[in-house]
Design a protein around this ligand. Structure first.
Ligand SMILES: [Zn+2]
Length: 241
């Protein structure tokens, strides 16, 4: 890729997006009636920690993602999360963001009687994060979580888990409405189906909901339609070491 960036910093910021975001804590549901497929915010934060330590690699590689057209993709066998160049801020953008942040701070100090640095302001992060991208990150981290636990599930169930985790996250991030209304980008068919299941089964308001196959049926049907025969393949969950 042509964008030069600080790899260690990028990895840390991706890790921080997964470990430091309180909306992720609201993810807590079971796929199926057994105990095994428990998707939780704590599990996803664990994935963030593995990214920080380098056990899960982050690789910026558009060519690899072009085959599927995905924005990001977790590969089980490689314990690697591939992301697109557009996720990374260029050095130029980063400089601009830093200057803006400095200016905001100076303006604030000029007018504020209390010289406390203003929280927030422009984000000088190397990770170009918007809510949809963060939702994407939660989706892929859910795949990584099932890999970590060594669950050899059908791709269809793996996708169902990832889509539902993402919707719960976006709701608690207060970004679900703008996604569903297509404020920035139209929602996909699977996102809409995932929202319907999450809403109907109380995933947005309750923790520890157990989803039966019948509960998941409308979403599974969508996944089968989207992924075809791939949906029946088993995810090679070989763990992460
Ligand atoms: Zn997926």
């Amino acid at each position: 890729m042509e964008t030069e960036y600080d790899e260690a910093r990028f990895r840390n910021e991706i890790a921080e997006a997964l470990t430091g975001d309180s909306a992720i804590r609201m993810i807590d549901f079971y796929i199926g009636t057994g105990e095994r497929l428990h998707v939780t915010g704590a599990g996803i934060r664990q994935i963030g920690a593995l990214i920080r330590s380098g056990s899960i690699k982050i690789v910026v590689d558009d060519a690899r993602l072009n085959a599927s057209g995905a924005g990001a993709e977790y590969k089980n066998q490689l314990n690697t999360l591939f992301v697109r160049t557009e996720w990374v801020r260029t050095k130029k953008e980063l400089e601009k963001a830093k200057i803006e942040q400095q200016r905001d701070l100076e303006n604030y100090l000029k007018w504020s009687p209390d010289p406390q640095p203003k929280p927030g302001g422009s984000d000088p992060s190397v990770f170009r994060s918007d809510s949809r991208r963060r939702g994407n990150l939660v989706h892929e981290a859910t795949h990584a979580l099932l890999d970590l636990r060594g669950f050899k599930v059908y791709r269809a169930r793996n996708e169902v888990a990832a889509f539902l985790a993402m919707m719960v996250y976006l709701l608690h991030k207060r970004e679900l409405e703008s996604l569903l209304l297509g404020v920035f980008q139209k929602p996909t068919g699977l996102e809409k189906r995932a929202d319907e299941v999450a809403r109907e089964k109380g995933l947005y308001t309750k923790l520890g909901v157990r989803l039966t196959r019948a509960d998941l049926q409308p979403l599974l049907r969508g996944v089968f339609k989207e992924y075809g025969d791939d949906a029946f393949g088993r995810t090679p969950a070989d763990g992460i070491d």
